[in-house]
Ligand binder design. Structure first.
Ligand code: SF4
Length: 257
């Protein structure tokens, strides 16, 4: 499993032996999360799939490749964000996580949010958006705007696997992928609007040394600073119809890149 350092690493270690819900019985390992423990930008997906369960990291299959690609298109490195899922263990045969499993696993996600303290959370797909926003509204209606969430900004978009399942022949427009690209452009704009980090105070004359630097936030997508302005819903893009949700498809479909 991927672990962070310090408190996050400690929580990851605790989660690695979790047996709180039935999903523990079929997993190869807990897929806790991966990325910068000081990230300003955090992605929350649905559940580990086949590849994630084997490797112990989230979004390492074709969906992960698409996520990395979409990040690169807005000049964000994958290693500078934090990525995790609503549930940390792979559901059998990639079935949907059940409500009681999501509720039982919620404590680990809350700990990640508290310790990483991202300024922007992007939910990928129905389950993550519904879980964090506490709604039954589907992703097609939720996306295209931002929401205030725990003094952060939450931006919902499709799960990458939905874009991979859409038509990749090139004969018709992949509207799910187009919608994701619109959402990532909105994300880039949002990150660009975050307030700059506070300046370090200059050391007093004669002081023994420079002020202690802030814990590094290596290349996180936006500057680390005060919380973003609250985000009442605001339209950023029209919402195309969504194909069925899900996790990693079983085959590489990179033609849409
Ligand atoms: S899915 Fe979450 S609550 Fe269930 S066993 Fe895995 S880590 Fe524990």
């Amino acid at each position: 499993m991927a672990e962070g350092t310090g408190d996050l690493g400690q929580v990851a270690a605790e989660a690695s032996t979790c047996t709180r819900c039935r999903l523990h019985s079929g997993r190869t390992q807990v897929v806790f999360g991966q990325g910068s423990p000081t990230a300003d930008l955090m992605f929350v997906g649905e559940a580990p799939g086949f590849h994630e369960d084997r490797k112990g990291y989230p979004f390492v299959g074709p969906s992960g490749q698409l996520l990395t690609r979409l990040l690169s298109e807005i000049d964000i490195r994958r290693e500078d964000v934090y990525i995790c899922n609503v549930v940390k263990c792979r559901p059998p045969s990639n079935r949907d996580p059940q409500p009681d499993e999501i509720a039982t696993c919620r404590g680990w996600l809350d700990a990640q949010l508290r310790l990483i303290d991202p300024k922007v959370v992007v939910t990928l797909g129905n389950f993550a958006a519904r879980t964090l926003l506490g709604t039954t509204t589907g992703i097609t209606r939720l996306r295209g705007r931002t929401y205030e969430f725990q003094d952060r900004v939450l931006l919902p978009t499709f799960h990458p696997s939905a874009a991979l399942r859409a038509d990749t022949s090139g004969r018709t427009e992949n509207r799910t992928l187009k919608g994701m690209r619109e959402d990532f452009q909105a994300l880039a704009k949002l990150l660009g609007e975050l307030p700059p980090p506070p300046r370090e105070p200059a050391p007093a004359p004669g002081a023994a040394g420079p002020a202690a630097p802030r814990e590094p936030s290596p290349g996180t997508a936006g500057p680390a600073a005060a919380p973003p302005a609250s985000a009442p819903p605001r339209a950023t893009a029209p919402a195309p119809p969504a194909p069925p949700e899900g996790r990693e498809p079983g085959s590489e479909q990179l033609g849409l890149f």
